[in-house]
Design a protein around this ligand. Structure first.
Ligand SMILES: Cc1c2[nH]c(c1CCC(=O)O)Cc1[nH]c(c(CCC(=O)O)c1C)Cc1[nH]c(c(CCC(=O)O)c1C)Cc1[nH]c(c(C)c1CCC(=O)O)C2
Length: 344
């Protein structure tokens, strides 16, 4: 008996051959839906939504109801980990995340909480998962996620977004020992947190390395991959795992050697080349998010071309999160085109 009314996403993620690719969109929860904007407008801000389990659950389920996607992703943020380690963030409208305090030295590092203390500060996420599972009522699987250690490190050292992440990158060159300690702390806290997410019903875990692209390949191997591996090894094979190293196409062969099931591709990556670089993995992606702004017949044509290029063992998605002002009919055309497709 199937656990879910629609288990296509999980079957595909585990490497089974399915009748069509499953489809969902990164950042589908929030942003694009009018229902989300209406709810968000009544609240003090993003953090109130993230920390109120019933509201987070409501927003998580909206795209399942409205778009008919094959998976839900829990409404939360990757920055809950720095917060749980003792480095709180603010989300500033039209600017993005800002950390009032950052890690500059060993003394700052020593003030952080130990890794195993993180989960007890993340009870609101687990409550959101519980509430979401109830609302979903076994319709589709639920994706849990976290930032990859390098991306979290980048925010904790830089203090916010940046084009170059030069402060965070300078720490890797100047203080490799401190850098390894901080990366390890983040990785262990994230692993503990994700085990909690799995025990509260997350059916697959996706790791977002959004700032992978700013590291030279040697640093990506020495710092980023090493701690991604630590998390993946800690989680074992409890649920399938997806890795997304955005803008780091040089790393695809190494990611293919990790014990993950799914490799997410950005929209620049070539599916055929990636397929030849990783063996025995499912690929996820990778339509250009901006393609959804095109006339609808073009959205359909490009989606079909992408599906043909990937072939089976594919989960349809964009090459990065859906942008907030994406036309909703473009999103729906993308989803429906995948849902009407069948492998030949
Ligand atoms: C780098 C990163 C962050 N957060 C995340 C990443 C990795 C993915 C990526 O590369 O896009 C991941 C994330 N953030 C959010 C989710 C929810 C689930 C989903 O729909 O995928 C997920 C998976 C909600 C959110 N996280 C944020 C919003 C917008 C907040 C609002 O409603 O004002 C949402 C819905 C805020 C956020 N959070 C972050 C930034 C830079 C910002 C501000 C800019 C932006 O909107 O993306 C950090």
């Amino acid at each position: 008996m199937n656990k879910y009314d629609n288990d296509l996403f999980l079957r595909a993620a585990r490497g089974e051959l399915t009748e069509r690719p499953p489809v969902w969109l990164m950042r589908q929860a929030g942003r694009i839906l009018p229902q989300y904007r209406a709810l968000r407008a009544q609240l003090s801000g993003f953090i109130e939504l993230v920390t109120t389990p019933d509201l987070a659950a409501e927003v998580t389920v909206q795209p399942v109801d409205e778009l008919g996607v094959d998976a839900a992703i829990i409404f939360s943020d990757i920055l809950v980990i720095p917060e749980a380690l003792g480095l709180p963030y603010n989300m500033i409208e039209k600017v993005g995340p800002r950390f009032p305090e950052v890690i500059k030295s060993m003394a700052d590092f020593k003030k952080l909480r130990p890794a195993d203390a993180a989960p007890e500060h993340l009870g609101y996420v687990y409550d959101a998962l519980d509430a979401t599972k109830k609302l979903l009522n076994n319709r589709v699987p639920l994706i849990g996620f976290a930032g990859a250690p390098w991306t979290i490190f980048a925010y904790m050292v830089e203090g916010g977004g940046s084009k170059t992440f030069s402060k965070a990158r300078a720490m890797l060159y100047r203080e490799p020992e401190l850098s390894h300690l901080l990366m390890e702390r983040i990785a262990l806290a994230t692993a503990a947190y994700l085990k909690g997410k799995i025990s509260h019903g997350a059916d697959l875990i996706q790791l977002f390395d959004s700032w992978a692209g700013v590291l030279p390949p040697a640093h990506y191997e020495a710092f980023a991959l090493r701690y991604l591996k630590l998390i993946i090894d800690e989680l074992g094979d409890a649920v399938p795992i997806t890795v997304f190293a955005k803008d780091a196409r040089h790393a695809i062969p190494s990611i293919g050697k990790l014990a993950c099931n799914v490799v997410q591709l950005d929209w620049i990556a070539d599916p055929v080349l990636a397929r030849s670089q990783v063996q025995g993995k499912v690929l996820q992606g990778n339509l250009d998010p901006v393609q959804l702004y095109a006339p609808l017949p073009e959205v359909e044509r490009a989606t079909l071309a992408m599906l043909d290029k990937f072939g089976p063992h594919h989960i349809a998605n964009l090459g990065h999160g859906v942008y907030p002002d994406t036309p909703l009919d473009g999103v729906k055309t993308f989803v429906n085109t995948v849902k009407n497709y069948r492998y030949g």
